[in-house]
Design a protein. Structure first.
Lengths: 169, 195
């Protein structure tokens, strides 16, 4: 807290300084709000044994598959890159299923049945994911429509303001 | 150029332009509204894929009854609450007294058979010490040392709590520590209708 106080004390009294202080205060407040969220459900944090080595083709398939799957503990990471223990467990499970001859779709279905569509970075097209899949297309269409409109306006009759400029010159 | 009216009349184009602005403004407001709604949602609140599905099959030792192992069939017939815990889980410490108090209430209600634990990826000694020190609110704790039952339950953090009805179907799931209020408002009603 003393560090925070010196930070505030160090800045002067000018308008810019005051602005800076406001921003700093907001930033600290935001941190304060976010922190409890981290203390909510605790991710599984116990170390585990690494995976056994794989043949090249198998490793490639494993890599492609785990890149499409989300690590549910560290939600912005995929399974391939995650070192979280739960991700390790899931990767081991995937590996075992691969060795047991399961297809990629079988393995994905296994995980979706347990963790929901959320685990896959390519959720299926369904009523509740329609906006997700169709949204970008809608935005492009709106943008295209606006663009065409603007061009039509620009190509329209010469505007009075332009005319007056020409006359004055 | 002397025609004053020409200068006075507003440019003709903007009727089209104004519409463009309106559309852009509406789109901006809609986007902001969407983002604002997004901010109020907790990204940790994952939708459970298991609601309405049967409790996954397992055959694991209990901390009290190691042999014969506990199975999903042992939990049939009454509404059960399954609480996933571990001695290494910090959030479980805040949840523990809540569970102990609730277990006393459950016993008073004649539902002392309700609360089961899943001891998740723990060592036997650490788990035993945890219950000896803090008290044991569970009928028994299913020992899931490898976390395989955890995967079948879609557990991604500890503590997590499931309510399983008498028919063995999962009807409720909560990720994160239980609170007295959550128990009163969400779980207790399920026991009263289910058992």
């Amino acid at each position: 807290m003393s560090g925070l106080a010196t930070l505030f004390a160090a800045s002067g009294t000018g308008v810019i300084d005051r602005l800076q202080r406001t921003w700093l205060a907001l930033a600290f407040a935001a941190c304060g709000v976010m922190l409890p969220a981290c203390l909510w459900a605790q991710p599984v944090t116990r170390p585990d044994v690494p995976l056994a080595p794989m043949a090249a083709a198998e490793a490639e398939r494993f890599h492609v598959l785990t890149q499409e799957l989300r690590c549910v503990v560290c939600q912005n990471e995929n399974l391939a890159d995650s070192t979280a223990p739960l991700a390790q467990d899931l990767k081991r499970e995937i590996r075992e299923q691969m060795l047991a001859g399961k297809s990629d779709d079988d393995i994905k279905a296994f995980l979706v049945a347990r963790y929901g569509d959320f685990v896959t970075y390519r959720p299926p097209v369904r009523a509740n994911t329609l906006l997700l899949w169709g949204g970008p297309l809608v935005f492009v269409m709106i943008a295209g429509w606006l663009w065409v409109r603007n061009r039509a306006v620009a190509r329209g009759p010469v505007q009075p303001v332009d005319k007056s400029f020409g006359d004055n010159a | 150029m002397t025609d004053a009216t020409d200068l006075a009349t507003p440019p003709k184009g903007p009727s089209g332009k104004r519409l463009g602005f309106v559309v852009a403004a509406v789109a901006l407001v809609a986007l902001l509204a969407l983002l604002a709604i997004g901010m109020t949602r907790d990204p940790r609140e994952l939708p459970s894929a298991l609601i309405g599905k049967p409790l996954p099959a397992f055959s694991l030792p209990g901390m009290k009854r190691a042999d014969p192992p506990l199975t999903q069939a042992d939990l049939l017939g009454k509404t059960r609450v399954i609480n996933v815990w571990a001695s290494w889980c910090v959030a479980c410490q805040s949840e523990h007294p809540v569970l102990l108090a609730w277990q006393r209430e459950l016993v008073a209600q004649g539902r002392g058979h309700t609360l089961y634990g899943v001891n998740y990826k723990d060592t036997p000694d650490a788990a035993r010490i945890w219950l000896l020190r803090g008290g044991d609110p569970y009928v028994d704790s299913i020992v899931d040392a490898k976390g395989r039952l955890g995967i079948d339950l879609g557990v991604y953090g500890v503590p997590e709590t499931f309510v399983v009805n008498a028919g063995g179907h999962i009807v409720f799931r909560h990720a994160g520590p239980l609170t007295a209020e959550l128990i009163r408002t969400q779980i207790q009603p399920l026991l009263e209708t289910g058992s």
